[in-house]
Design a protein around this ligand. Sequence first.
Ligand code: CA
Length: 228
Amino acid sequence: MTRVLVIEDEPQIVRALVINLKARKYEVDAAHDGATALQLAAARHPDVVVLDLGLPDMDGVEVIRGLRGWTRVPILVLSARHSSDEKVEALDAGADDYVTKPFGMDELLARLRAAVRRAEPVGPGEDDVTTVETAEFTVDLAAKKVNRGGKDVRLTPTEWHLLEVLVRNSGRLVSQKQLLQEVWGPSYGTETNYLRVYMAQLRRKLEADPSHPKHFVTEPGMGYRFEG
Ligand code: CA
């Protein structure tokens, strides 16, 4: 059973989410503020988090940072505001996706399922290439680990998925649309801002000089290419 933590201070939205999620056999916990949410997350270990960014006691982005200190649980953000800065900030802090309020329940449930699916561990594959080495870091595709300078680099599930798609297509251009569909799901294709944010994160974590990337190369207007 999939356990969902809903963090939202508007009672009508909480009620609608709880009813719809329980009807689909999810187990649901709800928190109406950030402090309660962080406590509940630690106690209940949810499989996915739905987080409103506008909470009474703290900014939702602070909740994301608090969670990311110890868990890679997928986080789906609810954003009432239309500021793309806020969404980018939330993605940057480690959220996996966002839905803008007012949202359709079907859309939210689809994004929730996609976020859970992305986080599911994949069993041992039949891929022949399992390790890719560069001068700066090593990617172990089988173990889903990246090592840089003898230390494991912590990647969120979304960062990992993006890295994996690029590394498996090493030396080849992967289009923006292809990346979005592989990593976020088939209904995506135009959200190039997601790619900019996540590529910046991967570069920050893995490139020797993130502003002059050698491995995660942008093909302007086209997509991205991994060079080993
Ligand atoms: Ca709110």
